[in-house]
Design a binder for this molecule. Structure first.
Ligand code: F6R
Length: 615
């Protein structure tokens, strides 16, 4: 979604903002813009397209000198992506300038009110309404910018992260947040503002994360004051030291972040179970689970809420929890759950899964579940994210920053965390034998090595990608634990190569999808040795007799599928419940290579955003 960057201090703001916007490109956007106060006047440059297009344009349009500025990458919500709708937006006087993430839901009525008082609008955006509302309040009430922002925001319905400054008072920036993240990097006599810490990581490791319903006035010489938007009360500004480093958010020699993140999975999975899986002692230690063991053990059921890939991880978890811990699980799209008046109460445990920890629908589902008395446990990657803070307890995945829009290591690390939880609960409930538990710990510890082995098929997969890159459609089939992996494989292909793909439980094929099969249809079938293998082989035979092209994901050494399939990709053997951690690897690589061969923008696919902070 949209990205915000701002700077106030002693350095040149322009390069910091432009480089910062590039760091936020992964969030997904369709236009970009920048506003710099050059000591005399406010210079604004904005354009549809990429940050590189903005740089070209800014070169001609604005001077790049100045110590205060704001920049934005826009993911269109109100108004098509074009130059005019791009941020920053100016107020009618031209004094105030704003960048905004989120949606002002009542913008139309506010706009009409402002029009009736003589305001005019150049763009179709809700943001231009907001900056004029702020200006109107400032003039009518004769207040300073900070107060005007506060009064205006109290009239607004919706979600936002904003940064505003006044060219007549170029020593302060006012920021505010409700439902969209905002961080402030605190340096020596300088402040950085950004949607996440990546734009300022090279300048400072000290950050303040604004909470929902908070605003801050950042003054060049006087520091930062955080307040509540509602009642103006002062909030202590809590400065945290960031653990992230620059290397983690750079490509490290890979062509794309997605490829880097696919290859990072052995380490990411190890980081996920490190300190939690203690094989020698035959225990799993997870504070968030331990502290709330009673809630888990007394739960009528577990409801998992998530979106997209995280929802697929939830589906895998459904199989794992039911198999190992014998707790009934329901998996819900957060977007459906939140509007469905779900029957849920104090004896339900809700697990919310989210890589970014900022997904608006998941956040809303959590709030709903909490309001009904349920205990909510979060599985997030981004430390300190909104979902991590909103849940009663949780476990981080520790995957490290995921920059590629298509989720890869987030998926496998989510499954790892959920497996650890299921195993811990199974042990506490006595639904797994001591030897079964030990075997799971041993096998889980072997997974990173086996992922490395699966990654060795890269060149072979690239060759298969070349054969099928021009396909119009693709089917993905899997059963049991690997049915969600089929869904995830199809999602990966759709997202980055724009080829239509569907995932199905293999046995469901006969109830419809089989009609699609002909010699032009590639069908990726997950047919690992354990788990309905013979039945999946029968499905493969049915596909073959209809001339479909078969790509089998098989256990190393398999001979039966090799005979039938057009191509096979081997993965090492493991326990059936852990197999999704391996079978998903070739599917990630297949999508990646197809997208690269088709010359698509792998890390920033069209229309997609990394963290979906609007519903
Ligand atoms: C797919 C993908 C999305 C996300 C979804 C949820 O590759 O990245 O489907 O999984 O938007 O995002 P999080 O996990 O951040 O809540």
């Amino acid at each position: 979604m949209c990205g915000i960057v701002g700077y106030i201090g002693t350095r040149e703001a322009y390069p910091i903002i432009i480089e910062g916007l590039k760091r936020l490109e992964y969030r997904g956007y369709d236009s970009a813009g920048i506003a710099i106060f050059d000591g005399t006047d406010l210079k604004v440059s904005k354009t549809k397209g990429k940050v590189s297009d903005l740089e070209e344009r800014a070169e001609k349009e604005i001077t790049k000198h100045g110590n205060i500025g704001i920049g934005h990458t826009r993911w269109a919500t109100h108004g098509v992506p074009n130059d005019v709708n791009s941020h920053p937006h100016l107020s009618n006087s031209g004094d105030l300038v704003i960048i905004h993430n989120g949606i002002i839901e009542n913008y139309e009525s506010l706009k009409q009110e402002l029009i009736s008082r003589g305001y005019t609008f150049k763009s179709d955006t809700d943001t231009e309404v907001l900056i004029n509302l702020i200006e109107d309040v400032k003039i009518q009430e004769n207040v300073k910018l900070g107060q005007a922002v506060q009064i205006a925001l109290n009239q607004v319905i919706g979600a936002y992260a904003i940064a505003v400054f006044d060219k007549t008072k170029p020593e302060e920036i006012v920021i505010a947040r409700l439902g969209s993240p905002l961080a402030v990097g605190v340096g020596e006599n300088e402040f950085f503002i950004a949607s996440d810490a990546s734009p300022f990581l090279e300048y400072t490791k000290n950050a303040i994360y604004l909470e929902d319903e908070e605003m801050a006035i950042i003054r060049f010489h006087k520091g930062i004051k955080v307040r509540k938007i509602k009642d103006d009360s002062i909030v202590p500004a809590y400065v945290q030291e960031l653990q992230m480093n620059l290397e983690q958010i750079e490509k490290g020699g890979y062509d794309h972040f997605m490829l880097k993140e696919i290859h990072e999975q052995p380490k990411a999975i190890t980081d996920t179970y490190r300190g939690r899986l203690l094989r020698n002692e035959a225990i799993i230690k997870m504070a968030g689970v331990e502290d709330n063991m009673k809630k888990f053990l007394n739960a009528n059921r577990i409801i998992i809420v998530a979106c997209g890939t995280s929802w697929h991880a939830g589906l895998v978890a459904e199989y794992i929890f039911e198999e190992l811990a014998r707790i009934p699980v329901e998996v819900e799209y957060a977007s459906e759950f939140r509007y469905r008046n779900p029957i849920i109460g104090e004896n339900d445990v809700v697990i919310a899964i989210s890589q970014s920890g900022e997904t608006a629908d998941t956040l809303a589902a959590i709030k709903l579940a909490k309001s009904k008395g349920a205990f909510v446990f979060g599985v997030c990657n981004v430390v300190g994210s909104s979902i991590a803070r909103e849940t009663h307890a949780g476990a981080y995945t520790h995957a490290g920053p995921e920059i590629g829009v298509a989720s890869t290591k987030a998926f496998t690390t989510q499954i790892t965390v959920l497996t650890l939880i299921a195993l811990r609960l199974a042990r506490a409930k006595g639904t797994i034998s001591s030897s079964g538990f030990r075997q799971h710990l041993l096998e889980l510890e072997l997974i990173p090595k086996k992922v490395e082995e699966a990654l060795e098929s890269d060149a072979h997969i690239k060759m298969i990608a070349d054969v099928y890159k021009n396909s119009r459609n693709c089917l993905y089939l899997g059963r049991g634990f690997n049915f969600p992996v089929a869904l995830e494989g199809a999602l990966k292909l759709k997202e980055i190569s724009y080829i239509h793909a569907e995932g199905y439980p293999a046995a469901e094929m006969k109830h419809g999808p089989i009609a699609l099969i002909d010699e032009n249809m590639p069908i990726i079938v997950i047919a690992t040795k354990k788990g309905h293998y013979e039945k999946v082989v029968s499905n493969i035979q049915e596909i073959k007799s209809r001339k479909g092209k078969i790509i089998g994901i098989v256990t190393k050494g398999d001979t039966q599928v090799r005979e039938l399939a057009d191509h096979i990709i081997e993965v090492p053997d493991t326990l059936e419940s852990l197999s999704p951690l391996l079978t998903t690897i070739p599917l990630q690589l297949l999508s990646y290579h197809i997208a690269v061969l088709l010359d698509k923008n792998v890390d920033q696919p069209r229309n997609l955003a990394k963290s979906v902070t609007v519903e």
